[in-house]
Write a protein that binds this ligand. Structure first.
Ligand SMILES: [Zn+2]
Length: 192
């Protein structure tokens, strides 16, 4: 189970998916294809995060993609790309298309599949994923109601500057220590 994963149960592999540490655990081939494709071309990032949440997959199935209808969505739209579904991603030939679609963006919506974020640090990738997932939950909830009000395009253009001001230039490092404290209050087992 995901909640049983700890620091010492992680598997370290090289670029060809060969284990470089002793581990009794196998590596998911589809997981490796997607993550390694990104690591091969994005020297600027150290973490790739990918999830199949209900709201994320739901919005990934919508033709309109992420709608500019919440503050959260404006952060996502400032650096969002899309990748069409090609079936379970265990073939290497999908890598170039994944790499080209992501480009220099930090949020990737895998159509009919889920969400992917990248970050300079684990904290950056995590916070981006939290915002991405929140935007999707909000979109699905909002669509259950009346007519939607889009955010003004001029506001969308000023988002990068707003993020800098909001976090005092620290990015996700602004919230990461408090998230780790919260995790420790819940369960310190992940450290083993
Ligand atoms: Zn997946």
């Amino acid at each position: 189970m995901f909640d049983e994963i700890t620091a010492t149960s992680l598997v370290k592999v090289d670029r060809n998916c060969n284990k470089v540490i002793d581990s009794p655990f196998p590596v998911n081939p589809a997981g490796f294809v997607i993550h390694s494709a990104v690591h091969e071309v994005r020297e600027d990032i150290q973490c790739v995060m990918h999830v199949h949440t209900r709201a994320g997959v739901a919005v990934s199935a919508q033709k309109c993609g992420v709608l500019p209808i919440s503050q959260q969505s404006t952060f996502v739209l400032a650096s969002l790309a899309y990748h069409d579904y090609e079936g379970v991603a265990f073939r290497d030939d999908e890598k170039p298309r994944l790499q080209a679609d992501l480009g220099d963006r930090n949020f990737l919506m895998l159509r009919n599949h889920g969400l992917l974020t990248v970050g300079r640090t684990i904290a950056d990738a995590f916070l981006s994923m939290y915002i991405f997932e929140s935007a999707c939950q909000i979109q699905v909830s909002a669509q259950a109601g009346g007519e939607l009000t889009p955010v003004h395009p001029q506001i969308l253009n000023g988002v990068q500057q707003a993020i800098k001001v909001q976090t005092d230039g620290l990015g996700a490092a602004f919230v990461w220590p408090s998230l780790l404290r919260k995790l420790d209050r819940m369960d310190t087992g992940y450290k083993h």
